[in-house]
Design a protein around this ligand. Sequence first.
Ligand code: SF4
Length: 204
Amino acid sequence: MPERSTHCQKCPALCQSRTQIVAPDLPEFGRPCRVLVVGEAPGADEDAQGKGFVGRAGRTLHTLLEAHGLRRGLDYGCANIVRCRPPENRKPTTIEIGHCLPYLAETMERAQPQAVLTVGETATRAITGIRGLSENMRFLAEYGQDPKLAEMLYPLEIRRVWPEGTRLFPMPHTSPLAWNRNAPDGRKWAAVGVEQVQRMVDVL
Ligand code: SF4
């Protein structure tokens, strides 16, 4: 079925800046989607190739997931909060996120993932409505990673389609700059990211 977003013109600035719309990719041959990775937006490489998570940050993520036995296209799929590259790689605005969220909801509904792995603060905030990566991790740890327990916080589009029992795991952005910064607890964000992926794999 063709993606509904194929000719989307809802975000004027992003229509100007994008080369193409970057649609999500899910596991092939009808394989179950164990994990849906959700990033912020396509970057330069993704915009040029029309495929998500193909740049340096994406490669860091795939290496980490592969080390935990998860293979792109076989075990996990990739999507973004917004499907078009923002100008100058700026963060998508709240309005742009709102425009694109129904497409992510469609992807969620189709994929029925066991877990959602949000990469970076913007992607996580767009789904939970909670600001701050550490705050999201604390909150979800308290609620057992089950968003249904905190459904008041989720945007309606996401709440409506969130599969029963699907867990949410936020992790830091894997760009070299973000990955090597210190988290509030003094560890590198990279160490926090590895820990989050391990936590997720433990419940799959
Ligand atoms: S970001 Fe999403 S909603 Fe905005 S123009 Fe692109 S496909 Fe449409």
